[in-house]
Design a binder for this molecule. Structure first.
Ligand code: ACM
Length: 266
């Protein structure tokens, strides 16, 4: 199967334009599964909770999820994409998974970063994986990478491929993903955005360099720092399923959870 990322520079608050730009890039690609950045439709640097509420949408009824379903059907592609989700009086930094046959599921970001804590509610549904026929996918969003538990849980649930919408501003993630993928023996697609957003008191530069990482920690594809780019790689998801490290070590069965209790409980 062919997997890939869509890297571009969303414009803050321009939901229709951002969706159109993403659709155009998706239409140019022949991937089976594409990952878009975190909050690709709204932009990232909110200045108030009211602003986040006004741009958030219901999932799956909202126009962004519906627009993604349309292009997924037209192009025959699975898409994972980040958006601001409204559910009653709660707002989540979420990602949706859609298929050529429609909406499949969502993930609400567990580990909120920096001022996201002012606008968003922390994810309340935990992690889940989806068997989409061609592989089993798990989703995490940006700063979730900083907590090794995120990818460990998704991998133990059976994910072959971690879909990772991101708006990265620190320089560590791309290299760290080599270790995250190696220690779990999974593929990952980190889809980052580019550009600077200066709003209110904040100015954030997003680091680009979206990346596809293999189960042995190899970087299979890396985008430029500020390019508008769709990067794709052909993979065999089966390559993520053998968790043996060598004749005597297996990264799942060699774990010693009896000694990890304090870490897990606190
Ligand atoms: C991040 O979680 N957007 C850094």
């Amino acid at each position: 199967m062919k997997i890939g990322f869509v890297q571009f520079e969303p414009q803050f608050g321009e939901v229709d334009k951002n969706l159109e730009q993403a659709k155009g890039l998706i239409m140019e690609s022949d991937a089976d599964l594409l990952v878009l950045p975190e909050l690709f439709n709204t932009g990232y640097v909110f200045t108030s909770k009211e602003e986040a509420i006004s741009l958030a949408e219901q999932v799956p009824q909202g126009k962004t999820t519906q627009g993604l379903c349309e292009v997924a059907k037209e192009k025959g592609v699975f898409i994972v994409a980040g958006l601001a989700e409204k559910d009653g009086d709660k707002i989540f930094n979420s990602s949706v998974l859609v298929s050529p046959d429609g909406y499949i599921g969502r993930y609400r970001k567990t580990h909120l970063f920096f001022e996201e804590k002012l606008w968003f509610d922390p994810g309340d549904e935990g992690f889940s994986v989806h068997d989409i026929g061609i592989c089993t996918v798990g989703i995490m969003i940006c700063f979730d990478w900083f907590f090794p538990e995120s990818m460990r849980v998704l991998s133990l649930m059976g994910a072959d491929l971690i879909c990772h919408p991101a708006n990265l501003v620190m320089p560590f993630c791309q290299d760290a993903m080599k270790t995250r993928c190696l220690e779990n023996h999974v593929f990952a697609v980190t889809a980052n955005r580019t550009g600077t957003e200066a709003r209110g008191e904040q100015s954030l530069l997003f680091t680009g360099m979206s990346q596809i990482t293999g189960p042995d920690g190899t970087i299979l594809c890396r985008a430029g720092k500020d390019s508008r780019e769709v990067g794709t790689v052909e993979i065999d998801p089966q390559a993520a399923r053998d968790k043996n490290v060598n004749l005597h070590n297996n990264l799942v069965t060699d774990r010693r959870p009896g000694f990890y209790g304090d870490l897990i409980e606190t």
